[in-house]
Design a protein around this ligand. Sequence first.
Ligand code: ZN
Length: 140
Amino acid sequence: MPNFMEAFTNAAGKAKNATEVSNLKRKILYEQERIVEVFADIGRKYYKNPEEDPAVLKVLCEDVDTRRRRIKQMRFELNSIRGYKVCPKCDSEVNEKFQFCGVCGARLPEDDEDEDLNSLDSGDYYTESDDFFSADSVKY
Ligand SMILES: [Zn+2]
């Protein structure tokens, strides 16, 4: 006989996760859009007045960093709800049970290796478009 309560609990858990996933996705999208707006704001301010007080622009840059950290944390949460981890090398989403990335073959961090969610590297822009920053990098 199937355990009704267990089935019920699982279904409730799945529904809760689905809500959390869509909330996180919505919040990430919001932050991504804000980042693009802040970048535009920085550009506009500099264009209008290249002598602009650098402190003003710095505040905006720090705002971008704060949002990027938020996105990084939310993506981490999102992936743990969905049972994924992100390959540190190629950014692919991989089942968290795997030890190696199926896309590039890199070794994946173990669960007990703490990921520093406050660190940002140059690849962590997380804007909705991957080539938003492509002008930054020269491709050969
Ligand atoms: Zn990979």
